[in-house]
Design a protein around this ligand. Structure first.
Ligand SMILES: Cc1ncc(COP(=O)(O)O)c(C=O)c1O
Length: 394
């Protein structure tokens, strides 16, 4: 079982800001001491570039960078040669879209299926590159409905919604009509909350960001099936990704480095490997019940607030992400009021304008998103200040 107070003590920010109630974890997570220590270790003990130097600290940096790749592969049951370091989920999705098209693996005007609940980063690269040949699975009564008579070249779905917490069972979907498409799963929200096995899910690509799983900002991941990565052209060109170069041409190296032109986020990637160890040390068998209890507790308390409208998918496997509006008070005013009282939530469309505008038919909502270090006290504080906020504005 998780003791959230114990866990909080491993995150220096909660010592530095007493009483901080951080409920914006879908946006980014706080960083534990061991991840921060690892960053400092890199810069103070073996700072050097990777894949270039022959001196001892460069060799150490290479080894640590490689170890981080292995740890990330282990977390999602992949091979280390299937893990590409990027700068984040958005960068990862752009890499996949540009590279699949440039390599001719999918045609110009490819048929892409995404959904109405997606983060903008999941479909804008496709909207741009395929001249808008996009279909959106409809989000109706908590279900995603897509046209089954049409064949799709690419399917891009999130595993967990960053607004309603909806969990999409990709493994199940993959057994049906969508089994032949190139399938990209967005694990940006799911990665810190549920175990992910790319082999069981049978996805071609998986993308996520380090900063949403207790790691540093500036580093993210593309998992790609080896046979696809081998066929794909690199999307960024420069140092570190070539084999031979002439005045006219070049050949690229093999393996994930092919997609990592330039100096990668070395310290961030190494510290992300430490974040993987941190998550595995706690264990999803403890994370899941803790977050599910908190999700239900928060949902129950929030539901009792007058004039509230809740946008949440209430299921046993949903993410602990609950969005809402309160009649008569703008979401930004609510978030500002809570912020002034040391409670961090997010207000806005959360990079899901299609979901907000076309489906929920609201311009913005307030979002509460929980993590391992949150507890019922945090939710009680939230509810108390929400009630104060309502009293203030009425
Ligand atoms: C579901 C989902 N996908 C993609 C992203 C983009 O992640 P990043 O901003 O780290 O690139 C986010 C960020 O909130 C997200 O929630």
């Amino acid at each position: 079982m998780i003791n959230a107070e114990n866990l909080k003590s491993q995150f220096p920010i909660f010592r530095n800001i007493p009483g901080l109630v951080f409920l914006d974890n879908a946006s980014t997570t706080q960083k534990p001491q061991i991840v921060l220590d690892k960053l400092l270790d890199v810069y103070t003990k073996y700072n050097s570039n990777v894949h270039r130097g022959l001196y001892p600290i460069a060799v150490r940096a290479d080894e640590e960078y490689d170890l981080a790749r292995k740890r990330i592969a282990r977390l999602i049951n992949a091979d280390k040669d299937e893990i590409v370091f990027t700068s984040g989920t958005t960068d990862s999705t752009n890499l996949i879209a540009a590279s699949l098209l440039a390599s001719g693996i999918i045609p110009e005007g490819a048929n892409i299926l995404t959904s109405e609940i997606e983060h903008h980063s999941n479909f804008l690269p496709w909207q741009n590159l395929t001249n808008g040949n996009l279909s959106f699975a409809k989000y109706e009564n908590g279900n995603l409905n897509y046209p089954t008579e049409q064949a799709f070249d690419v399917v891009v779905f999130t595993i967990m919604s960053n607004v309603t917490g909806k969990y999409i069972d990709i493994e199940e979907l993959r057994k049906g009509e969508l089994k032949n498409a190139i399938f990209i799963a967005d694990a940006a929200q799911a990665i810190a909350h549920v175990p992910i096995d790319v082999k069981k899910m049978d996805v071609d690509f998986l993308v996520f960001s380090g900063h949403k799983m207790f790691g540093p900002t500036g580093v993210g991941i593309v998992y790609g099936k080896k046979e696809l990565l081998n066929k794909m052209q690199p999307f960024k060109l420069g140092g570190g990704m070539i084999n031979k170069v002439s005045k006219e041409n070049f050949t690229s190296t093999t393996g994930p480095q092919k997609f990592e032109a330039g100096t990668p986020p070395i310290a961030d990637a190494i510290a992300l490997g430490e974040a993987v160890n941190f998550i595995e040390g706690i264990g999803f068998e403890n994370i899941i019940p803790h977050e599910q209890n908190l999700r239900r507790y928060a949902l129950n308390k929030l539901s009792q607030i007058k004039k509230i409208k809740i946008y949440h998918d209430d299921n046993d496997n949903s993410g602990a992400v609950i969005s809402f509006t309160i009649y008569g008070i703008h979401p930004h005013d609510i978030a500002q009021y809570l912020g002034d009282n040391n409670i961090c939530v997010r207000a806005g469309h959360h990079c899901t304008q299609i979901l907000h505008k076309d489906v929920l038919q609201i311009p913005a909502s307030v979002r509460v998103s929980m993590s391992i270090y949150n507890n019922e006290n945090d939710i009680d504080n939230l509810i108390e200040e929400l009630n104060n906020c309502i009293a203030y504005y009425s």
